[in-house]
Every structure is written in C-alpha cells, then in structure tokens.
Design a protein around this ligand. Structure first.
Ligand code: ADP
Ligand code: MG
Length: 395
C-alpha cells in the first residue's frame, strides 16, 4: 500500500519533497506556473503541520553540470510568491549551501535545492552512482515525499533511490494523478481516443505499441506525424522528423486496424518557425521541399474534432502544432475545444500540453483531469510499471 503524507506525524521532521517544477521559462521568467501551482497542496499541508520542508526538483536537461540557464532560482521566487512564504534557495543541490540551509530550517520553513540535474548522478544508469547521490539527498531529511508526478516514470536518484533510503509517502499530487489515470486503465468508457502530438517524439513513440491494444483510435498530430508520413513514402521537407522512428512507424501502421491510426490529411507549412514567415496549407502527402509542417491543417482539425465529439474517453498528450506562435495554434485549439465541448471523460497530460490549454484560454475545470506528467501519464496509461510509483509500494 502506498502511504500518503496523512499517514505521518510530520511536525518538526525534515521532509524532502520531490516536486515536479519543470516549468517552461521565457528569458529567465516562469512562462507557465501550472506545475508550481500543482505542487502547492502538499507543500501547504506540510507547512501547516510544522514540517521542515526541503523541496527538490529538476529543470530542463542541463547535462549533469551546473548551468545558470537551468537554475531553479526563478522557480523558487515564484513558489515563494504563491505560497506566501519565504523560500530559502540553496545554490547547490547536496553541498555546503544545501546542508547549511537545511540545518537552519525551522518548523514550517521551506528550503529549495538547486536543480537536481546539475549532478550527473541524478539520471545515471549506474545504480551505484545514483545510490551515492541518493545517500546525500537522504542525509538531508527524515522523510521522503514523492510529489513530482511528471518524473515518476524515471528511475532517477531523487525519484527512486532516495525512497529506498527513507520512510516514504506519496504527496497529494501523486495521489490525485494516480486516482484520475486509473480510470484510463480499467472499465474504460468507449470509444476511447488517444491524441498524440508534440515534439518529444523519440521519447514517446514506443507508446503506440501498447496503445494500439487499448485505444479505439489514435489521432496523430504535431511532430509525431512525420515518422508515419515518412514511412508511407511521403516527403516531410524540413519538418522535425525523428528519423530513428520511421521503421517503428511502419510496424505500427501494419499492426493497426484500418483507420485506427488517424494521420493528418493536411498541414500548415512554412520555411521557418517564426510568426512572420509566409505559411500555407498543403496536403499532408505533399510537403514542398524546404518547407516544414508546423500545425495540422483545417481539414484535419475538423476530422479530429468530429471524432472527439463522439468519444467516451479521451487522453491527449502533445500539442498539434507550434501553438506558442498564434499562426500555428489553430489545430491545438480545435482539439482542446472539441474535448471540452464533448461529453467524454477527458485527460490532458504533458507540461507543454497543459501550458497550451492555459495559453489558449481553456479552463482546467473544463477537462476531466489535467495531468502534470507527459511521459509519465503516457507510460501510466500504457500499463507500464513506473519506478517512482512502484518504489512507494515498498515498506
Ligand atoms: P508535452 O510537454 O506536453 O509532453 P512535448 O514536449 O512533446 O509535449 O512537445 C511540445 C512542443 O511540441 C511544443 O513546444 C510545440 O511547439 C512542439 N510542436 C508541436 N508540433 C510541432 C511541429 N509540427 N514541429 C515542431 N514542433 C512542434
Ligand atoms: Mg514538453
């Protein structure tokens, strides 16, 4: 059984909270604070109960060494504002600054450690190396709370190994995510549609394998579409093509029932990713030389919206286009709109996907559940064992 923070008397304890604060930054400013907001219930409860709170998290992929562009300092500042509480920022992760800040913590106080991924051991494939880093993290605390749902699919030191070294509990966010996503693994109301898009294609492409066995239809947009178009022999121009996934795409197309994988029929293309570049709608099998697909086209948006209108359950990860630029946001808006208009139980997963619904003016309440995890929610609905959840089940 997974324990929760309600199962522990935390007053005075040093509690290490692994949060997911991997928010999009725009010139050093927090561009979307959805994940910070999602971490508040656990932190506020621990604070109210007099815990000494140590928040740890990662930001981006700094490559295992300190890099000021990936500092969590702006995130600590935003967290302080939202929590209405001083957040002491340690300029290292487990070094002298972190130890001194933790030693000075008073009950109800909050310290945030610098980016976990400034240490290569955090994400190392070598158990011993991760273990040594986890020893250092565990040495800072009496209790470990796992609340960074967006990272629970990673066997990382702060997600997995540290839980083996300390009494551990799930935070409220992890609890809520598991409760909502469980509805996509059993007794699914059909038809069950999955919408996949976005840019982290290589990370997520394997999901098609299990989803073909679970979903009635998979609607594909964003850069996810290009390996399929390439597998069908269509030109992809200068689109963001995960060339290493083209063979897999061919296999999935073979395996799928007719129409089970729904690809775009048209695309919005341009020569470069800027708002001002001339753009046009073309057939998806005829991307011109030197042009890249940056959004699904209007015909595709209509097809996808119609399908979503008749769904019983929808899971969506990955924007349909480069929604950050208004020119390429229409496909993403159409999918979000159809999901909120329909009667399906809808789940949105992914940092950028939830940032997209906020940016396009949709209320989170209009969806059944907005997950903070992209890769994590996807692996969960695939039925995989997530290391960061499995370890919480251990005594
Ligand atoms: P999430 O964070 O929700 O899991 P991803 O990180 O996989 O999603 O992808 C989000 C990014 O995908 C967005 O920044 C968006 O601009 C980008 N994107 C969507 N469609 C395309 C496309 N056709 N070409 C390039 N990038 C795209
Ligand atoms: Mg992303």
């Amino acid at each position: 059984m997974m324990k929760t923070i309600d199962d522990f008397a935390v007053e005075g304890l040093r509690v290490l909270v692994r949060a997911d604060l991997n928010v999009p930054l725009d010139g050093g400013r927090v561009a979307d604070d959805g994940r910070i907001l999602a971490s508040l219930p656990t932190l506020a409860a621990l604070k109210a109960r007099g815990a000494r709170i140590i928040v740890c998290a990662h930001l981006g992929r700094p490559g295992g060494q300190p890099d000021p562009r990936y500092s969590l300092a702006p995130v600590a500042a935003r967290l302080a504002g939202l929590l209405g509480e001083r957040v002491e920022f340690a300029t290292d992760t487990t070094g002298p600054a972190a130890r001194a800040a933790v030693a000075a913590l008073r009950p109800g106080g909050v310290v945030m450690l610098e980016n976990l991924r400034f240490d290569a051991a955090e994400t190392s494939k070598d158990d011993a190396q991760r273990g040594r880093f986890a020893d250092q993290l565990a040495g800072l605390a009496d209790l470990y709370v796992s609340d960074g749902f967006g990272a629970v699919h990673r066997k990382h030191a702060s997600v997995y190994d540290v839980a083996l070294r300390l009494p551990h509990a799930a935070g409220y966010l992890v609890q809520a995510e598991v409760a909502a996503l469980d509805r996509l693994t059993a007794d699914i109301r059909r038809p069950y549609l999955v919408v996949l898009g976005g840019a982290k294609v290589t990370d997520k492409f394997g999901a098609f394998g299990s989803l073909l066995g679970a979903a009635d239809r998979i609607l594909v947009g964003g850069a996810m579409a290009f390996p399929f178009l390439a597998a069908l022999g269509h030109p992809t121009g200068t689109s963001l093509l995960a060339a290493d996934q083209v063979d897999a795409a061919a296999t999935y197309l073979d395996k799928a029932a007719p129409g089970q994988i729904e690809l775009p029929s048209d695309l919005v293309v341009a020569a470069e990713i800027t708002a001002s570049a001339p753009h046009q709608v073309v057939a998806a099998d005829a991307i011109p030389d030197g042009q890249m697909g940056l959004d699904i086209g209007p015909e595709t948006a209509g097809t996808f919206a119609a399908a979503l209108g008749e769904a019983g359950t929808v899971f969506w990860n990955g924007p349909m286009g480069v929604f950050e630029l208004a020119t390429y946001a229409a496909g993403t808006r159409a999918v979000a709109g159809a999901m909120t208009d329909g009667t399906a139980f809808t789940v949105v997963g992914g940092g950028d996907t939830s940032a997209a619904i906020h940016a396009l003016g949709f209320a989170e309440e209009a969806f059944g559940h907005v997950s903070t995890g992209g890769g994590a929610s996807l692996e969960f609905i695939e039925g995989k064992t997530l290391p960061g959840l499995a370890v919480l089940e251990t005594p």
